[in-house]
Write a protein that binds this ligand. Sequence first.
Ligand code: SAH
Ligand code: SF4
Ligand code: F3S
Length: 495
Amino acid sequence: MENRITLLRQGRLQPGQGLVFGTHRPHPVERIHFDIDQYVAAYRVGRKPDGSPYRYHIRTYGCQMNEHDTEVMAGLLEAMGYEATDAVEEADFILFNTCAVRENAEDKVFGEIGRLRPLKMQNPQLLLGLCGCMAQEQGVQRLVREKFPWVDLVFGTHNIHRLPELLTRARESQETVMEVWDRAAMTIEDMPKVRKDRVRAWVNIQYGCNKFCTYCIVPYTRGAERSRLPEDVVREVEALAAEGYREVTLLGQNVNDYGIDIGVTFADLLRRINRVPGIERIRFTTSNPWNFTDDLIAAIAECEHVVEHIHLPVQSGNSQILKRMNRTHTREFYLALVDKIRRAIPGVSLTTDIIVGFPGETEAQFQDTLSLVREVEFDNAFTFIYSPRENTPAANFPDDVPLEEKKDRLRRLNELQAEISLRRNQQLAGRTVEVLVEGESKTNRHVFAGRTRTNKLVLFQGEKRFVGQLLPVKVTEAQTWLLKGELVREEVAVS
Ligand code: SAH
Ligand code: SF4
Ligand code: F3S
């Protein structure tokens, strides 16, 4: 009998086919170990008639999850025989891996696609694709059909693995090939990846989100939470260590909830990864304040390779707004959690996300956000003006706050955070920090960039052979968004 795995391998799995999830706890998700060589074999492209290789160019928007999806799609394309190019004019396939979290990100993508139309007209062989979170939105699918018919291929976040077949179909088809699955049925292991960095690697541990914050589109674009098995994650991390990677960032929209669907905990996953030889630093993002358990705090504190940095989005400092956001934490709960974390993990750096101008947010409620920011003293904050998103509950909330007022709130918040970030960086002046060297600065060949365990950017004079090493650097100058320093030469690499 043909099962879904056979269908998938043969590329015959239809859109929307798969296990049906409820909105909360999904049924056990099917896990597929993908034989990518076998799958891709039918879609190899060979060379163009003039002997040159087919070339691809991917533009990535949005979060690290999307950046990492791009690495998977690059892996699939290279398995097909495509080569990467930075120059859009040279590309045979241009792919937009999009983000739907705010409207301005979407506008930017459509602007870019519009600008590529002449290129497409000049070169009928060029294929344009749109994937990622925007592709999951029905409004976007409609817009592409009606206004951007020169887009050749649209696919969503749940069927990335089908890119080789879909691209091949798009090359043969007269019409836009559109395949968007509305839910995920499986997690797929062993996808090929072309990673951007040689020192630091992203590792998915969890897909989707069950939280349904009222402003947020992610649960609709990424589906219900699904955890990878710990043994699959550990195997990937071990392989990365063997390739020479020194740092991993574990990715999920809500990493604290990792494992709930498969009966394991995030804290135990950290403990297991901490034992992988060669991995010096373990980062993770994003943590929700909810379900940040004492055991998780203990695991972060006790695992020497888990860094002292927690990205803990608060969104607002006012409990009424938080309730309307469906954030499940209150101001008091958040402050108590920060206190607990700071007591258990000395020197921890805390960063956050904040939305200003949520529908109906009053000046007094915004003041609560400012006072929380003053009280917590975040090392950094990513701040956004609320943007209504298709089919999310908050898009229907009455909103009497004028845009000018929202912009002014953002400005005031950013000014406050910049002061605090500078002050926190100045506390490091004169101290020696451990830096993982990432590479040369883009503007000056002798200046190298790296990060502290607390994720602060450090620039210093260095040499190429230092890339990938952990080095002691003395901070000589603290700026708002970066530190400058000098290598402490008498010491060798620390680990
Ligand atoms: N899973 C993460 C956030 C992912 S989205 C978490 O829960 O923390 C990244 C950030 O985008 C969010 O933290 C939020 O601050 C912001 N964001 C999400 N939806 C938004 C919207 N509709 N308007 C403005 N900002 C939004
Ligand atoms: Fe969006 Fe909330 Fe899920 Fe984060 S936790 S992705 S903000 S719904
Ligand atoms: Fe954007 Fe999707 Fe990430 S909406 S923030 S790319 S999960």
